[in-house]
Design a protein around this ligand. Sequence first.
Ligand code: GTP
Ligand code: MG
Length: 249
Amino acid sequence: RMEVGKLRTGCEEFDELMGGGIETQSITEMYGEFGSGKTQIAHQLAVNTQLPRDMGGLDGSVIIIDTENTFRPERIEQMVAGLSQKFEQDFDPAEFLKNIHVARAYNSNHQILLVDAAMEMANNLKNTDKPVRLVIVDSLTAHFRAEYVGRGTLADRQQKLNKHLHDLQRFGDLNNASVIVTNQVMSKPDAFFGDPTRPIGGHILGHTATFRLYIRKSKGDKRIVKLVDSPCLPDGEAVACITTDGLCD
Ligand code: GTP
Ligand code: MG
């Protein structure tokens, strides 16, 4: 077993909340309502992963399974510019974009198959100077939610999602990579599920995602990141900012 890596977020409080950063060989679920910043944070992590380890990165490349067509290369460029300022270096945005491999998932079955493709790509990159150290599934649940409607299909959906998460955990283990998944929740209490801070589908991800982060909007650029039910870290909250330059204190 390789030593667990820690991917820094760009926000010190957030890193501290996570015990130093987002861990490799684990699934980290970010859940929150629309516009809370899940996709933005995912973009930032796709950039930071490529940094050398002494700058908080994992010196690796990234695979994004994009299910909602929300990947924005321009955002990556802005965040790289932000890093160039922060570290007073001339990072090349094109170089960062080159190391982010984006695959669109057209439905839930396709999404599941893309993890196999990701594994193959990771194997090919394993002995290069940029092995895959992060896989992002944004959104993990949107296709499943749209396709599996009605009570009779819930068990089916859960079974498929469990398999998918199991594959992702395996990817993280075999590649010493971080796995980030996003999951949208509703702001208002839901008649069926009740608690607004619980993702739709309730316990579907509860047992599999090792780290669960509830993201919510605060004043202006501020976001509150809450660590929920972690098996090895104290629950707590961090304040992070989403700016044009990316995630910061
Ligand atoms: P869903 O996918 O709909 O569930 O939402 P999400 O949680 O993925 O939200 P997302 O990460 O897309 O957040 C969108 C929000 O990020 C916007 O409403 C802005 O507040 C902020 N944002 C996005 N781009 C920029 C930017 O270039 N500059 C700044 N300052 N904020 C941005
Ligand atoms: Mg999003």
